[in-house]
Design a protein around this ligand. Structure first.
Ligand code: GLP
Length: 245
């Protein structure tokens, strides 16, 4: 895993966006894996600004999002489909029909999981997966204890993840209790992974990722087995690192 140190959140977002822009310019039909949460918002803002200023085109790009809350429709402002449309897709020239987010309100959720996994495979897999990390090491919504063999599946969200995401909802009670997420095996099949880590709340997770063992109780640790991972972390996340790698 290569670690790039960014000055701050803005710098991390710019470095990551420039990285993605280079990849898209070089491979206009790239399959991107996208993430939600607070961390990638700055990246998406930079991608939009670049699209408007320099005309980087996403017309040939296909995107697959990591996860979605179960029970929310794509028009619900707290759904990840809404988040993606609002924070990125509506402002660039990607073709909406080539943007995929699991459907959290599908009639048959188990079938939705199987279909989503097939969809990714039928497109030849993900070339570059953007990832954030939960403070407990979750990637996508793969909580501690998730088997490394999992493909897209239904998860029960932990109390800590619901608590962490409650800031986007009116109350904790409104945060869904379940989600669909790409599995660890699905994520690991991406040809390349770009992991973003920002803020002191994530220092412990970064520390454990760099210095701990590969362990299903810390899902992100699996990334050590991936041949092509780049971490961009800001100073605030790196500050108290016990081990440098
Ligand atoms: C959410 C998402 C993850 C994300 C993580 C961190 O639960 N499902 O994909 O990486 O939390 O979120 P944030 O970037 O807001 O800290």
């Amino acid at each position: 895993m290569k670690v790039i140190e960014a000055k701050d959140y803005q710098d991390m977002s710019k470095l990551a966006a420039d990285y993605i822009i280079r990849k898209v310019s070089h491979s206009p039909k790239i399959k991107l894996g996208l993430a939600t949460g607070g961390t990638p918002l700055g990246i998406y803002a930079n991608l939009i600004a670049d699209h408007q200023k320099n005309g980087t085109s996403y017309q040939g790009v296909t995107t697959f999002n990591l996860d979605e809350y179960i029970g929310l429709s794509g028009t619900d402002p707290n759904s990840y489909r809404y988040y993606m449309n609002h924070n990125l897709f509506d402002h660039i020239d990607v073709q909406k029909q080539n943007t995929f987010v699991p459907r959290g309100n599908a009639d048959d959720i188990e079938k939705e999981c199987i279909d989503y996994e097939k969809l990714i495979k039928n497109h030849g897999g993900i070339d570059l997966q953007i990832l954030g990390i939960g403070s407990n090491g979750h990637i996508g919504f793969n909580e501690p204890g998730t088997s490394f063999d999992t493909e897209t599946h239904v998860v029960q969200l932990t109390a800590s993840t619901r608590q962490a995401n409650a800031r986007y909802f009116n109350s904790l009670e409104e945060v869904p209790t379940k989600a669909i997420t790409m599995g660890i095996a699905s994520i690991m099949r991406s040809k390349e992974i770009l992991l973003l880590i920002s803020g002191e709340k994530k220092t412990e997770a970064l520390n454990r990722l760099l210095s701990g063992n590969v362990d299903e109780n810390f899902p992100a640790s699996v990334l050590k087995r991936h041949p092509y991972v780049t971490i961009i972390a800001d100073k605030a996340a790196i500050a108290d690192l016990k081990v440098n790698s």
